[in-house]
Design a protein around this ligand. Sequence first.
Ligand SMILES: [Mg+2]
Length: 368
Amino acid sequence: MKITEAKTYLMNIPVKRINDSQYTVTGINLLVLKITTDTGIEGFGYNWHTSEGLGVVKKMFDEYISSRLIGMDPLMRLDINRSLMSTHNFGWDPRLGYNGLGVYISSLVDIALWDILCKVEGVPLYKILGAGSDSVEAYNTDGGWLSWPKEDLVSNAIKLKQSGYKSIKLKVGSQNPIDDYYRVKAVREAIGKDMRLMIDANTKWDLETAVYMSRKLQEFDIYWLEEPLNPDDIYAHAELKKRTNIPIALGESLTSLYSFRDYIVNHAVDIVQVDATKVGGITEWLKVANLSEAFGLNVYPHTNIQQPLHAQLVASVPNGKMVEHVDWLADVWKYPIAPENGYFHLGTIKGAGSEVKEKAIEKYVVDQ
Ligand SMILES: [Mg+2]
Protein backbone atom coordinates (compact mmCIF):
# COMPACT_ATOMS: atom_id res chain seq x y z
CA MET A 1 0.00 0.00 0.00
CA LYS A 2 1.39 3.38 -0.97
CA ILE A 3 0.49 7.03 -0.43
CA THR A 4 -0.28 8.75 -3.74
CA GLU A 5 -1.38 12.21 -2.59
CA ALA A 6 -1.42 14.34 0.59
CA LYS A 7 -3.57 17.45 0.25
CA THR A 8 -4.55 20.07 2.83
CA TYR A 9 -7.60 22.31 3.11
CA LEU A 10 -7.83 25.28 5.46
CA MET A 11 -11.40 25.94 6.57
CA ASN A 12 -13.09 28.56 8.73
CA ILE A 13 -16.38 27.63 10.36
CA PRO A 14 -18.21 30.64 11.82
CA VAL A 15 -19.60 30.26 15.34
CA LYS A 16 -21.65 32.48 17.61
CA ARG A 17 -19.31 35.00 19.21
CA ILE A 18 -18.07 33.96 22.67
CA ASN A 19 -15.23 34.77 25.05
CA ASP A 20 -13.00 33.00 27.50
CA SER A 21 -10.30 34.79 29.52
CA GLN A 22 -7.88 34.87 26.57
CA TYR A 23 -9.80 34.66 23.30
CA THR A 24 -12.77 36.14 21.52
CA VAL A 25 -13.97 33.34 19.29
CA THR A 26 -15.95 34.03 16.10
CA GLY A 27 -14.93 30.96 14.12
CA ILE A 28 -13.10 27.65 14.24
CA ASN A 29 -10.06 27.41 11.98
CA LEU A 30 -9.77 23.81 10.84
CA LEU A 31 -6.85 22.44 8.82
CA VAL A 32 -7.74 19.13 7.16
CA LEU A 33 -5.27 16.69 5.60
CA LYS A 34 -6.55 14.11 3.12
CA ILE A 35 -4.10 11.30 2.35
CA THR A 36 -4.98 9.25 -0.72
CA THR A 37 -3.57 5.75 -1.31
CA ASP A 38 -3.13 3.50 -4.33
CA THR A 39 -5.94 1.27 -3.01
CA GLY A 40 -8.45 4.15 -3.14
CA ILE A 41 -8.68 4.32 0.67
CA GLU A 42 -8.47 7.88 1.98
CA GLY A 43 -7.40 8.93 5.48
CA PHE A 44 -8.27 12.23 7.14
CA GLY A 45 -6.24 14.10 9.73
CA TYR A 46 -6.96 17.54 11.11
CA ASN A 47 -5.79 20.30 13.35
CA TRP A 48 -7.63 23.34 14.60
CA HIS A 49 -7.48 26.54 16.57
CA THR A 50 -9.82 29.32 17.57
CA SER A 51 -7.24 31.95 16.60
CA GLU A 52 -5.39 32.57 13.32
CA GLY A 53 -2.10 30.98 12.27
CA LEU A 54 -2.95 27.58 10.82
CA GLY A 55 -2.18 28.99 7.36
CA VAL A 56 1.49 28.86 8.37
CA VAL A 57 1.14 25.16 9.25
CA LYS A 58 -0.54 24.52 5.91
CA LYS A 59 2.19 26.35 3.98
CA MET A 60 4.91 24.40 5.75
CA PHE A 61 3.17 21.09 5.13
CA ASP A 62 2.47 21.84 1.46
CA GLU A 63 5.99 23.08 0.71
CA TYR A 64 8.19 20.76 2.78
CA ILE A 65 6.30 17.69 3.95
CA SER A 66 3.63 16.64 1.44
CA SER A 67 6.04 15.37 -1.23
CA ARG A 68 8.01 13.31 1.32
CA LEU A 69 4.95 11.18 2.05
CA ILE A 70 4.38 10.10 -1.55
CA GLY A 71 5.28 6.45 -2.08
CA MET A 72 5.49 5.62 1.64
CA ASP A 73 3.45 2.83 3.22
CA PRO A 74 0.70 4.46 5.34
CA LEU A 75 0.57 1.44 7.66
CA MET A 76 4.21 2.06 8.73
CA ARG A 77 3.54 4.98 11.05
CA LEU A 78 6.85 4.89 12.89
CA ASP A 79 8.76 4.76 9.61
CA ILE A 80 6.86 7.82 8.36
CA ASN A 81 7.33 9.70 11.63
CA ARG A 82 11.07 8.98 11.66
CA SER A 83 11.31 10.14 8.07
CA LEU A 84 9.56 13.41 8.86
CA MET A 85 11.66 13.95 11.97
CA SER A 86 14.89 13.42 10.05
CA THR A 87 14.31 16.30 7.64
CA HIS A 88 16.56 19.30 8.06
CA ASN A 89 13.96 21.99 7.56
CA PHE A 90 13.16 24.31 10.43
CA GLY A 91 9.97 22.55 11.45
CA TRP A 92 11.85 19.86 13.26
CA ASP A 93 14.23 22.17 15.06
CA PRO A 94 13.01 21.97 18.68
CA ARG A 95 13.70 25.66 19.20
CA LEU A 96 11.72 26.82 16.19
CA GLY A 97 9.16 24.28 15.34
CA TYR A 98 9.10 20.88 16.98
CA ASN A 99 6.77 21.92 19.76
CA GLY A 100 4.82 24.29 17.51
CA LEU A 101 4.51 23.90 13.75
CA GLY A 102 6.17 20.51 13.74
CA VAL A 103 3.90 18.91 16.29
CA TYR A 104 0.82 20.33 14.57
CA ILE A 105 1.98 18.60 11.38
CA SER A 106 2.88 15.34 13.18
CA SER A 107 -0.64 15.34 14.60
CA LEU A 108 -2.26 15.88 11.20
CA VAL A 109 -0.29 13.06 9.60
CA ASP A 110 -0.60 10.58 12.46
CA ILE A 111 -4.38 10.96 12.73
CA ALA A 112 -4.77 10.45 8.97
CA LEU A 113 -2.59 7.28 9.11
CA TRP A 114 -4.72 5.78 11.91
CA ASP A 115 -7.83 6.62 9.88
CA ILE A 116 -6.38 4.67 6.96
CA LEU A 117 -5.59 1.68 9.21
CA CYS A 118 -9.18 1.64 10.51
CA LYS A 119 -10.56 1.74 6.99
CA VAL A 120 -8.23 -1.04 5.81
CA GLU A 121 -9.47 -3.19 8.69
CA GLY A 122 -13.07 -2.03 8.21
CA VAL A 123 -13.59 -1.22 11.91
CA PRO A 124 -13.68 2.07 13.83
CA LEU A 125 -10.76 3.24 15.96
CA TYR A 126 -12.30 2.22 19.27
CA LYS A 127 -12.49 -1.38 18.08
CA ILE A 128 -8.96 -1.29 16.63
CA LEU A 129 -7.86 -0.21 20.12
CA GLY A 130 -10.04 -2.78 21.88
CA ALA A 131 -12.37 -0.42 23.74
CA GLY A 132 -13.95 -1.20 27.09
CA SER A 133 -17.31 0.32 26.16
CA ASP A 134 -19.16 1.82 23.20
CA SER A 135 -20.45 4.78 25.20
CA VAL A 136 -18.69 7.59 27.05
CA GLU A 137 -19.96 10.21 29.48
CA ALA A 138 -20.17 13.77 28.12
CA TYR A 139 -19.72 17.05 29.90
CA ASN A 140 -20.75 20.44 28.55
CA THR A 141 -18.68 23.61 28.21
CA ASP A 142 -21.02 25.44 25.84
CA GLY A 143 -23.03 27.14 28.54
CA GLY A 144 -20.29 28.73 30.59
CA TRP A 145 -18.68 31.44 28.46
CA LEU A 146 -17.14 34.43 30.14
CA SER A 147 -18.95 36.86 27.84
CA TRP A 148 -22.36 35.67 29.05
CA PRO A 149 -24.15 37.47 31.86
CA LYS A 150 -24.66 35.57 35.10
CA GLU A 151 -28.39 35.10 34.44
CA ASP A 152 -27.63 33.29 31.14
CA LEU A 153 -25.08 31.06 32.87
CA VAL A 154 -27.69 30.04 35.40
CA SER A 155 -30.52 29.41 32.91
CA ASN A 156 -28.18 27.39 30.66
CA ALA A 157 -26.88 25.33 33.55
CA ILE A 158 -30.44 24.40 34.51
CA LYS A 159 -31.25 23.53 30.88
CA LEU A 160 -28.14 21.33 30.63
CA LYS A 161 -29.02 19.53 33.85
CA GLN A 162 -32.53 18.84 32.54
CA SER A 163 -31.11 17.43 29.28
CA GLY A 164 -29.17 14.77 31.18
CA TYR A 165 -25.67 16.19 31.71
CA LYS A 166 -24.15 15.32 35.06
CA SER A 167 -21.17 17.66 34.61
CA ILE A 168 -20.66 21.19 33.27
CA LYS A 169 -17.72 23.55 33.00
CA LEU A 170 -17.67 27.33 33.40
CA LYS A 171 -15.05 29.78 32.22
CA VAL A 172 -13.42 31.94 34.88
CA GLY A 173 -10.71 34.61 34.68
CA SER A 174 -12.89 37.73 34.72
CA GLN A 175 -11.17 41.12 34.85
CA ASN A 176 -12.21 41.29 38.49
CA PRO A 177 -11.67 37.79 39.97
CA ILE A 178 -14.43 38.37 42.54
CA ASP A 179 -16.94 38.38 39.65
CA ASP A 180 -15.92 34.75 39.08
CA TYR A 181 -16.83 33.96 42.69
CA TYR A 182 -20.39 35.24 42.28
CA ARG A 183 -20.86 33.58 38.86
CA VAL A 184 -19.75 30.19 40.18
CA LYS A 185 -21.83 30.66 43.33
CA ALA A 186 -24.98 31.41 41.31
CA VAL A 187 -24.55 28.34 39.11
CA ARG A 188 -23.77 26.00 42.02
CA GLU A 189 -26.85 27.19 43.87
CA ALA A 190 -28.99 26.70 40.74
CA ILE A 191 -27.83 23.16 39.88
CA GLY A 192 -27.72 21.81 43.42
CA LYS A 193 -25.13 19.50 44.93
CA ASP A 194 -25.49 16.41 42.76
CA MET A 195 -23.78 17.75 39.60
CA ARG A 196 -20.07 18.05 38.89
CA LEU A 197 -18.97 21.64 38.34
CA MET A 198 -15.62 22.42 36.73
CA ILE A 199 -13.96 25.80 36.07
CA ASP A 200 -11.43 26.86 33.42
CA ALA A 201 -9.19 29.95 33.71
CA ASN A 202 -7.47 29.46 30.32
CA THR A 203 -4.04 30.31 31.87
CA LYS A 204 -5.18 33.75 33.02
CA TRP A 205 -4.08 33.87 36.66
CA ASP A 206 -0.76 34.30 38.42
CA LEU A 207 0.08 32.08 41.39
CA GLU A 208 -1.15 34.54 44.01
CA THR A 209 -4.53 34.98 42.28
CA ALA A 210 -4.88 31.25 41.70
CA VAL A 211 -4.21 30.42 45.36
CA TYR A 212 -6.63 33.13 46.52
CA MET A 213 -9.39 32.17 44.09
CA SER A 214 -9.10 28.45 44.68
CA ARG A 215 -9.50 29.07 48.43
CA LYS A 216 -12.54 31.29 47.76
CA LEU A 217 -14.14 28.79 45.37
CA GLN A 218 -13.49 25.67 47.39
CA GLU A 219 -16.89 25.96 49.12
CA PHE A 220 -18.63 25.25 45.78
CA ASP A 221 -17.26 21.69 45.46
CA ILE A 222 -15.26 22.32 42.29
CA TYR A 223 -14.44 19.07 40.50
CA TRP A 224 -11.38 20.58 38.81
CA LEU A 225 -9.67 23.90 38.18
CA GLU A 226 -8.40 23.95 34.59
CA GLU A 227 -5.35 25.82 33.28
CA PRO A 228 -5.05 28.28 36.16
CA LEU A 229 -1.52 29.40 35.22
CA ASN A 230 1.07 29.75 32.46
CA PRO A 231 1.46 26.22 31.07
CA ASP A 232 5.26 26.53 30.91
CA ASP A 233 5.42 27.00 34.68
CA ILE A 234 5.47 23.53 36.21
CA TYR A 235 6.87 24.87 39.48
CA ALA A 236 3.92 27.24 40.00
CA HIS A 237 1.40 24.46 39.35
CA ALA A 238 3.17 22.21 41.86
CA GLU A 239 3.13 25.05 44.37
CA LEU A 240 -0.58 25.72 43.76
CA LYS A 241 -1.36 22.05 44.22
CA LYS A 242 0.23 22.15 47.67
CA ARG A 243 -1.98 25.10 48.62
CA THR A 244 -5.43 24.04 47.37
CA ASN A 245 -7.66 20.99 47.65
CA ILE A 246 -9.21 21.58 44.22
CA PRO A 247 -7.76 19.14 41.63
CA ILE A 248 -5.66 20.84 38.93
CA ALA A 249 -6.45 20.00 35.29
CA LEU A 250 -4.32 20.81 32.25
CA GLY A 251 -2.92 19.45 29.01
CA GLU A 252 -4.40 21.34 26.07
CA SER A 253 -1.30 23.54 25.96
CA LEU A 254 1.26 20.72 26.33
CA THR A 255 2.78 19.44 23.11
CA SER A 256 4.88 16.40 24.01
CA LEU A 257 4.98 13.21 26.04
CA TYR A 258 7.93 14.70 27.95
CA SER A 259 5.99 17.78 29.04
CA PHE A 260 3.31 15.53 30.53
CA ARG A 261 5.99 13.40 32.20
CA ASP A 262 7.55 16.47 33.79
CA TYR A 263 4.18 17.69 35.10
CA ILE A 264 3.35 14.26 36.48
CA VAL A 265 6.65 13.50 38.21
CA ASN A 266 6.68 16.99 39.73
CA HIS A 267 3.19 16.43 41.22
CA ALA A 268 1.88 19.43 39.30
CA VAL A 269 -1.27 17.96 37.70
CA ASP A 270 -4.25 15.85 38.82
CA ILE A 271 -6.45 15.66 35.71
CA VAL A 272 -4.75 14.94 32.37
CA GLN A 273 -6.30 16.74 29.38
CA VAL A 274 -4.15 15.51 26.50
CA ASP A 275 -5.39 16.49 23.01
CA ALA A 276 -4.35 14.36 20.00
CA THR A 277 -4.14 17.43 17.77
CA LYS A 278 -1.67 19.20 20.04
CA VAL A 279 0.57 16.35 21.21
CA GLY A 280 1.49 14.61 17.94
CA GLY A 281 -1.56 12.54 17.09
CA ILE A 282 -3.24 9.38 18.30
CA THR A 283 0.07 7.55 18.80
CA GLU A 284 1.37 10.14 21.27
CA TRP A 285 -2.07 10.54 22.90
CA LEU A 286 -2.05 6.86 23.80
CA LYS A 287 1.46 7.12 25.27
CA VAL A 288 0.37 10.02 27.52
CA ALA A 289 -2.78 8.15 28.59
CA ASN A 290 -0.72 5.06 29.48
CA LEU A 291 1.89 7.13 31.33
CA SER A 292 -0.90 8.79 33.32
CA GLU A 293 -2.42 5.42 34.20
CA ALA A 294 0.89 4.29 35.69
CA PHE A 295 0.76 7.31 38.02
CA GLY A 296 -2.87 6.81 38.98
CA LEU A 297 -4.17 9.76 36.98
CA ASN A 298 -7.30 9.84 34.80
CA VAL A 299 -7.65 11.35 31.34
CA TYR A 300 -10.38 13.84 30.44
CA PRO A 301 -9.08 15.01 27.05
CA HIS A 302 -9.33 18.52 25.73
CA THR A 303 -11.84 18.06 22.95
CA ASN A 304 -14.08 21.06 22.56
CA ILE A 305 -15.28 20.42 18.99
CA GLN A 306 -13.69 17.04 18.19
CA GLN A 307 -15.79 14.35 19.86
CA PRO A 308 -15.81 11.63 17.11
CA LEU A 309 -12.07 11.07 17.62
CA HIS A 310 -11.65 11.72 21.34
CA ALA A 311 -14.72 9.83 22.52
CA GLN A 312 -13.21 6.76 20.84
CA LEU A 313 -9.88 7.32 22.56
CA VAL A 314 -11.47 7.77 25.98
CA ALA A 315 -13.43 4.54 25.51
CA SER A 316 -10.21 2.71 24.71
CA VAL A 317 -8.03 3.37 27.78
CA PRO A 318 -8.85 2.19 31.30
CA ASN A 319 -8.25 5.65 32.77
CA GLY A 320 -10.33 7.47 30.13
CA LYS A 321 -13.25 9.35 31.69
CA MET A 322 -15.48 12.10 30.30
CA VAL A 323 -15.44 13.88 26.93
CA GLU A 324 -16.11 17.58 26.53
CA HIS A 325 -18.94 18.69 24.27
CA VAL A 326 -19.38 21.83 22.20
CA ASP A 327 -21.40 21.15 19.05
CA TRP A 328 -19.97 23.79 16.68
CA LEU A 329 -18.72 21.27 14.08
CA ALA A 330 -21.78 19.03 14.03
CA ASP A 331 -22.31 19.68 10.29
CA VAL A 332 -18.62 19.31 9.43
CA TRP A 333 -17.70 15.83 10.68
CA LYS A 334 -18.77 12.96 8.45
CA TYR A 335 -19.60 10.89 11.54
CA PRO A 336 -20.82 13.40 14.12
CA ILE A 337 -22.01 12.28 17.55
CA ALA A 338 -24.21 14.11 20.03
CA PRO A 339 -24.86 13.15 23.64
CA GLU A 340 -28.08 11.41 24.58
CA ASN A 341 -28.99 11.78 28.21
CA GLY A 342 -25.41 12.76 29.00
CA TYR A 343 -23.61 10.00 27.07
CA PHE A 344 -21.94 9.75 23.65
CA HIS A 345 -22.63 6.52 21.76
CA LEU A 346 -19.93 5.44 19.34
CA GLY A 347 -21.80 2.96 17.15
CA THR A 348 -22.20 5.24 14.11
CA ILE A 349 -18.57 6.33 13.86
CA LYS A 350 -16.32 5.00 11.12
CA GLY A 351 -12.52 5.15 10.95
CA ALA A 352 -10.78 7.48 13.38
CA GLY A 353 -13.78 9.82 13.36
CA SER A 354 -11.58 12.42 11.68
CA GLU A 355 -13.22 12.52 8.26
CA VAL A 356 -14.97 15.72 7.19
CA LYS A 357 -17.83 15.98 4.71
CA GLU A 358 -16.87 16.95 1.15
CA LYS A 359 -19.72 19.47 1.23
CA ALA A 360 -18.31 21.04 4.40
CA ILE A 361 -14.94 21.52 2.70
CA GLU A 362 -16.65 23.21 -0.27
CA LYS A 363 -18.69 25.41 2.05
CA TYR A 364 -16.01 26.51 4.52
CA VAL A 365 -12.68 26.27 2.67
CA VAL A 366 -10.63 29.46 2.64
CA ASP A 367 -7.39 28.07 1.15
CA GLN A 368 -6.80 24.82 -0.74
MG1 LIG B 1 -9.62 24.64 28.60
